[in-house]
Each structure stands twice: as structure tokens, then as C-alpha cells.
Design a protein around this ligand. Structure first.
Ligand SMILES: C[S@@+](CC[C@H](N)C(=O)[O-])C[C@H]1O[C@@H](n2cnc3c(N)ncnc32)[C@H](O)[C@@H]1O
Length: 393
């Protein structure tokens, strides 16, 4: 149960923002702070998520003569908006919302404390209503943030409708067990994706969430181009460009595909949507069909390089994450978990770098992955990987 709940506040600092939040110490269960118990949600562990958003907006929201519009469907204590106003030089017009009246009161107080209240519009309605209030072209956002506690699934369609052609959405999901395929029925119901236990479950979750956004967008003749997606801690985060029109919806759809999972061998093949449409694929009886997932690149590495340059004054943790994302080869679907391979072969674990070099010697691509320090991303088939693994001492 909640240990020692009190209604007292404290002032904390995050980036350049000073924030009045409910005293974190007062909302602990078995020694761990549980933000969901507080009257207004603020999670200090998500600072790196917000820092990365600041680097993203410093890079993508360019200052031009036209007005830039920033929106937040679920603002909590208002931290993201305040940081955007204090830490990016674009000074967009901001509209923030939360269904919790307490949250909006506290966010307004925090805007005052930081001297950025002027011109920020606040509202207290359901996130879907907020988004749909911005349906008209002149009201749409250049950037809209969707940051729920749990799944974003039910809010995605309205969110996409409120973004300009060429604008961006930033979407968080914290229902990682569902996205990573721990309960395939839930994954199917929430995201329309068939899941399975895979060696690369975190990356699968990222690709499944993107696929679900694409499927939702397509109904509205909207295409999305993911430019940065990753998973860390207890969440998945996707940043995507929103492009309006049938041709973009089709382009996005054709970047989806399926995984043929050989459950016995724990290996897989990827087939693209076009191959399925043309019936240009073969399945053997050991294969389970998994998906749809996003099968193309989902990280614009050049953009992330610029984000790295723009990561001044952000936390060390977020800068390290940006570097990891920058080096991720998102064009290759999946990674081999070397711990699993050691177990399978009943051998000791191999040095990752030695393995990477050996695979490269054989003419394949091989890199580490941000999802697993013991993982290797490569286009080498699994049977060959196992051979190389067993040959290495
Ligand atoms: C994870 S918190 C947001 C955290 C905030 N974006 C941040 O970075 O600190 C989720 C917020 O969504 C609000 N919320 C929950 N359901 C909502 C809904 N249907 N519409 C709008 N807000 C909602 C909650 O009151 C809570 O403040």
C-alpha cells in the first residue's frame, strides 16, 4: 500500500525548468516511488525521454517566419511544454491538455513559476477531444506529443488527425509487456499485430507499435515516416513525420511486412507486404507468421547525428542514449541474443567484439544493438551464426 501519503509539494529542477510536484518521497510502495499514485503524474525516471524530445525538437522545429504550433495531449505537471519554451529557440505557440483538473492547475502554476505562462493555452478534456479540436487545417500542430500511462492505441487516430502535413508526432507506450509479445492476445487486440516470443522482443515491440500507427493512419489517408524510434527502461517511443495523402499512406503500408518465425530453431525470415500481395513467399510447416511489423529503417541516422550536436546541457544518460540510437542499424530486422545461443550450444559466452569481427570477415554486416548488450545484429543466417559461434573459443 501507499506508504506515508501526504499532499505536500516540493520544488525540483529538470533541465532549465523549476517544477512544483507532489513530494516524490510520499508515494512509495515497497521502497519504490510510484508516480501513478500521485494526484498529478510526474516521473523523474522519464527525464531522459523528455531530454531526447528536447534534442529532437531543437533539430526538427526550425525557426521560420511562420508560426510553429506545439501541442501536448497529456501534460501532467507541464514539464515538457515548459522545457520546450526554455530550452529550444523556436518559441512555438503551445497548447497543453490533461483530463485531470488538478494537473492543469499545477501545470499553470508551473508555467507561472518559470515565467512562460503568456500565450500558453491550457485545456482539461479527454485527449481525443483535444486532438479533434485541432482537426481544421489552420488549427493543426507542427508537433504533437502523446504520452499516456500505458497504451497510446486508443489516442493515435485523433492525434494524427491534428498534425499538419510534414509535422511530427512523438508517441510513448509504457505497456511494454503487451508490445514485446508476452501476451499475444493482448498485442492482437490492442495493436492488431500477431506476436510471439522472439529473441529480439524489444525491437519487435518498436516495429509493432510503428506498424500499428501506420495501419491507423492509413484509414485517414495519412502516411507516416518514422524518423526515430527506440525502447529503453519501461517504454517504447516513436517519432514520426505525418504526411497527408493516399500516396503516403500506400508508401507507409508497403514498408510493413511479416516475420516467418521458425519456432524450433528460434530463427526467422522477413517478408515484405509487397511479397505477400504478389504471393511471392514460401512458408514451411515450422514457420509461424508474425506481424505485421515495420520492416524498413526507422531511424534517420543523419537526423540523430544533428540531435547529438543539439544535445548540449541535456543529461549524460540521454546523450548516451542518443549515441546508441545513432549507431543502431535499423534496416536489419532483429538481432541474435548470444546468451540464448550459448545456452542452446551449451558453451560459454563468446566475446561480442570477436564475434562481430568474425561475421564481418565472412562478408556479412554485423553490429551491436541498443536493445541488448549481448545482442548482435547481422544479415548472416542463424544456422551459419551458430556455426561461427561454436567455432569461436
Ligand atoms: C504519463 S502522464 C503524462 C506525463 C507527462 N507528459 C510528462 O512528461 O511528465 C499521463 C497523463 O495523462 C493524463 N490522462 C490520462 N487519461 C487521459 C485522457 N483520456 N485524456 C487526457 N489526459 C489523460 C493523466 O492525468 C496524466 O497526467
Amino acid at each position: 500500500m501507499n506508504e506515508g501519503k501526504t499532499n505536500s509539494y516540493e520544488v525540483i529542477t529538470e533541465g532549465k525548468a523549476k517544477l512544483l510536484v507532489y513530494k516524490l518521497e510520499s508515494y512509495k510502495v515497497k521502497g519504490s516511488y510510484v508516480p501513478a499514485l500521485t494526484p498529478v503524474f510526474y516521473n523523474p525516471i522519464m527525464r531522459s525521454n523528455r531530454d531526447i524530445m528536447i534534442a529532437f525538437l531543437r533539430t526538427t522545429l526550425q525557426r521560420t517566419t511562420k508560426e510553429l504550433k506545439y501541442g501536448e495531449t497529456m501534460t501532467g505537471v507541464g514539464v515538457r511544454c515548459i522545457r520546450v519554451l526554455l530550452e529550444t529557440n523556436t518559441k512555438p505557440i503551445c497548447e497543453i491538455n490533461d483530463v485531470n483538473r488538478e494537473a492543469i492547475k499545477l501545470a499553470e502554476k508551473n508555467l507561472d513559476i518559470n515565467g512562460v505562462r503568456d500565450g500558453v493555452k491550457t485545456s482539461c478534456v479527454d485527449a481525443r477531444v483535444f486532438s479533434l479540436m485541432h482537426l481544421a487545417p489552420k488549427n493543426r500542430f507542427d508537433y504533437l506529443d502523446l504520452d499516456p500511462f500505458g497504451s497510446p492505441a486508443e489516442f493515435i487516430e485523433s492525434a494524427l488527425l491534428s498534425v499538419k502535413h510534414g509535422g511530427y508526432v512523438g508517441i510513448t507506450a509504457t505497456d511494454t509487456a503487451t508490445l514485446f509479445g508476452n501476451n499475444p492476445t493482448k498485442t492482437l487486440l490492442k495493436y492488431g499485430v500477431i506476436a510471439d516470443r522472439l529473441q529480439f522482443n524489444k525491437e519487435f515491440g518498436v516495429r509493432a507499435l510503428i506498424a500499428s500507427i501506420v495501419l491507423t493512419a492509413s484509414k485517414q489517408e495519412i502516411g507516416i515516416r518514422p524518423v526515430l524510434a527506440y525502447s529503453e527502461k519501461h517504454y517504447v517511443r516513436v517519432y514520426a513525420k505525418v504526411l497527408r495523402g493516399k500516396k503516403y499512406a500506400k508508401e507507409s503500408m508497403l514498408n510493413l511486412g511479416f516475420i516467418l518465425h521458425n519456432v524450433q530453431e528460434n530463427s526467422w525470415k522477413t517478408i515484405r507486404m509487397e511479397d505477400v500481395i504478389r504471393n511471392n513467399w514460401e512458408k514451411d510447416r515450422n514457420h509461424k507468421v508474425i506481424g505485421p511489423i515495420w520492416t524498413s529503417e526507422y531511424i534517420d541516422n543523419e537526423l540523430v547525428k544533428k540531435m547529438y550536436i543539439n544535445s548540449f546541457e541535456l543529461s549524460q544518460e540521454s546523450v548516451e542514449m542518443i549515441l546508441k540510437i545513432m549507431n543502431e542499424k535499423s534496416g536489419i530486422v532483429g538481432y541474435y541474443d548470444t546468451d540464448l545461443t550459448s545456452k542452446l550450444l551449451n558453451v560459454s559466452s563468446r566475446k561480442i567484439q570477436k564475434l562481430v569481427d568474425k561475421i564481418k570477415e565472412r562478408g556479412y554486416v554485423a553490429t551491436r544493438t541498443l536493445y541488448n548488450p549481448k545482442g548482435i545484429k547481422t544479415d548472416m543466417p542463424y544456422y551459419e551464426f551458430i556455426k561461427v559461434y561454436s567455432e569461436l573459443s
